[in-house]
Design a protein around this ligand. Structure first.
Ligand code: F0G
Length: 468
């Protein structure tokens, strides 16, 4: 880019009551004055944003340039905080919008109306790389030598890749005990991250890593880092690109720490402000019913963005009650097993901008939806199945119409959590099957277990005859 990014980008609290600006050279995860989350802002008048989104597509022709190849930096004028020569990219965001009629049928949509944005195809196997390329770039810009995150597994896998590849900084990742899937844990270990497994859950890990980063001047890469969300906006740019730059009716996304939903809302608000889209799609954020803070607060208690002043007391008393009952999130969709989503407030802004809804779906609904995504030829990890399960629920409730155009975000690859998949499909994996049974999941309508046979040709042929 030919202009000085420091002159056009700055950070500012999301609170309308705080107007203090902070430079992009500052490393902050909350506004020092308002103690609220920060946004990255741009002086759009000085950014050479193309007059039409179609211009970005032309970069497919120059994909020998790593910045044009990246599915994030291809859109760099829409996240203009980094000089080109500082960008850390590993070709993230080569992800596609896929029409999927078998899943459309499952959800109750007309053929051709349901799309899956398949973010599992990223280098570390989840959508996190969209944000981590941006956070890594900022870490490099500010000269960070050490980075850190807390994670349910995908953020740590992603940061571990970027730390390994970039050579500019190292990383330490904090994970909780018990729930992290082996697929994800193995990535952090294999990519050489210093991995600290604390006796506690994700919320505990996040609290600790925030304290560690503050005391040790370590660069924090969780989604409280506003630069990470800048990268995650690109998921929506690619969705629009996949639809020929037409805006869909619905975006359906699983909700955990609420970074994605927050980033999507910001993306659409900015595109509208820039005149690059004429309307904003509706947003559905889907919680697992075992980790349903947003659902409870938004749908039952009426928490709203309220022009930047959400009812703080509602949130405080919800958390007080949660602690008093010693209630902790519990779901098989371990990626979204989160009690206190850090981006709650930004997500409220997104829901406000996108006329959003929030739903909760059970583990059973999640696993059934996941099996359908798999049978449709794509595959995803359990948390991602929540988006399809949520779309089905909204369709049944008549909130999504059969002729609407719906995009479900598949946030993580199927191979992230093979234990969950095998447990669902197979009685042979007795331990996993028992775990499901303990959660009341006894009928698995889309079960597709292995057929066990003797090492005997006649028997094999007999079985083939039966299924064929
Ligand atoms: N889906 C997957 C596969 C995830 O890994 C996560 C979050 C989410 C959905 C929720 O996204 O936080 O933006 O609402 N995983 C984080 C992690 C918490 O540590 O990997 P969100």
């Amino acid at each position: 880019m030919s202009y000085a990014v420091a002159e056009i980008a700055f950070q500012k609290s999301i609170s309308p009551d705080c107007q203090t600006r902070y430079g992009i050279d500052q490393v902050l995860t909350v506004c020092p004055e308002s103690h609220d989350l920060l946004d990255v802002h741009y002086d759009w008048d000085r950014v050479p944003v193309p007059s039409s989104l179609k211009e970005f597509e032309k970069r497919w022709m120059t994909r020998h340039n790593p910045l044009d190849y990246s599915g994030v930096w291809r859109f760099r004028e829409l996240l203009p905080f980094a000089p080109d020569d500082q960008i850390v990219t590993i070709g993230e965001g080569q992800t596609y919008l896929q029409k999927c009629d078998p899943v459309a049928k499952y959800v109750g949509m007309k053929p051709g109306q349901l799309f899956l944005q398949y973010e599992g195809l990223n280098p570390s196997g989840s959508f996190k790389d969209n944000g981590m390329t941006a956070a890594s770039t900022h870490a490099r810009m500010v000269g960070a030598k050490m980075t850190a995150c807390a994670s349910t597994g995908n953020t740590s896998a992603s940061l571990a890749i970027y730390a390994g590849v970039s050579g500019h900084f190292r990383c330490v990742v904090f994970v909780g005990s018990g729930k992290i899937s082996y697929g994800k844990l193995s990535q952090a270990l294999d990519y050489g991250a210093v991995t600290i497994q604390i006796r506690g859950d994700f919320d505990d890990a996040l609290q600790q890593v925030r304290a560690v980063c503050e005391q040790q001047n370590i660069y924090l890469c969780n989604s409280v880092n506003p630069f990470r969300l800048e990268g995650q906006k690109s998921i929506m740019y690619r969705v629009l690109e996949g639809l020929g730059w037409e805006v869909p009716d619905w975006i359906v996304v699983p909700g955990g720490n609420l970074g994605n939903s927050s980033a999507f809302g910001k993306a659409f608000l900015e595109l509208k402000q820039l005149g690059l889209i004429d309307r904003i799609p509706r947003l559905a954020v889907i919680n697992a019913s075992g980790a349903n803070t947003l659902y409870e607060l938004y749908e039952h208690q009426g928490l709203r963005w309220n022009n930047g002043r959400p009812q703080k007391e509602l949130v405080d008393s919800f958390y007080r009650d949660m602690d008093a009952r010693n209630h902790r999130a519990d779901t098989l969709a371990s990626a979204i097993e989160i009690n206190r989503p850090v981006n709650l407030k930004k997500c409220l802004r997104a829901l406000d901008a996108c006329n959003g809804v929030v739903r909760e779906v059970t583990d059973e609904e999640i696993l059934d939806a996941k099996a359908q995504v798999g049978a449709g030829g794509f595959g995803c990890e359990p948390a991602s199945g929540a988006s399809v399960a949520g779309a089905k629920m909204l369709r049944q409730q008549g909130i999504i119409a059969p002729s609407d155009r719906v995009v479900c975000i598949l946030t993580g690859h199927q191979l992230k959590d093979p234990t969950a998949t095998v447990g669902y499909h197979s009685d042979a994996a007795a331990e996993e099957a028992q775990k499901l049974a303990k959660r009341g999941i006894v009928t698995r309508p889309y079960q597709n277990g292995p057929i066990v046979v003797d090492n005997d040709l006649a028997q094999i042929l007999e079985v083939i005859g039966r299924v064929g």
